[in-house]
Design a protein around this ligand. Sequence first.
Ligand SMILES: [Zn+2]
Ligand SMILES: [Zn+2]
Length: 319
Amino acid sequence: MSFVRSDYGNVARLNFTDGEPHAMQLTEEPQKRVFRPDFHCHTTASDGHLTPPELLQRAQDQGVTALAVTDHDTYAGYSSLVASGPVTGISLISGIELSCVWQGRTIHIVGLDFAAQSQVMLDAVARQQDNRWQRAQLIDERLVKAGLPSLLAAAETEAGGVPGRPHFASAMLAAGLVKKHHHAFDRYLGTGKIGDITSLWPSLETITQWIREGGGVAILAHPRKYGLTGVKLRALLTDFMGAGGQGMEVLSAGQADADTRFLTLLCEQFQCAASLGSDFHHPRNHWCELGRLPPLPTKLTPVWQLFSAATRQHMGLPA
Ligand SMILES: [Zn+2]
Ligand SMILES: [Zn+2]
């Protein structure tokens, strides 16, 4: 197969002359469509700003052709979209972003294309939600010990359910305890700060196993966002791949070119699949839009090659 890219992210023409297409066959004349996947984004089911239908509409408006909603530790948003009836023009793929702990740090693993009805995934969500409640209480206790008022109720209201660190940050901002949202992370909630509770998350191995047993593909999310040195990131990837991990996000929104080059190199070296996702949370973040990512480097194996035959077919790829 060969294909011609016209400009940013475009697949202008597809010529299926051999084996494996890298893009969905959606380019029939006269209306050319672009293969535009986004396999990482959030809704109000976790800490995103848009409801699942609003997110889907925005994805459609942005020309996204394959979408995985990857809320933190839940796929209720995805399930509600599936339950609301068939969606046209866009392939919805099951997704989740699970938190785990590795060497004392919180690491995010994205699960894609798992069976949403599988018992192991239903149990995983139940356990993670339980962890999140316990964690929210611990964060609050720690912040109170640090001299802040209790923010649990405000954070819970902000979340409309179990609050995470961004909700505590919003509660701090609303109470005038910090001047900017990110100051809450810099002072209290970021990695290594008093409100960064990692101890309750399952291990990297456990999370990876859940996703694999649920029939999904396990992907290391946004590898450059953990502040790890190259050596540490290689150690993480070694452990992750050893635990059954299959891929990594090579492209995230707002990522520096040097990081993309480094992640491309790592992806090749570890012989893992390459995924891409905006990590969209809020429309106000103009640097982070759904589907607005360059194409994956052609030398890498795209993650959709690991999707089930049914999903690939649904995406317009040969089963
Ligand atoms: Zn994440
Ligand atoms: Zn995310």
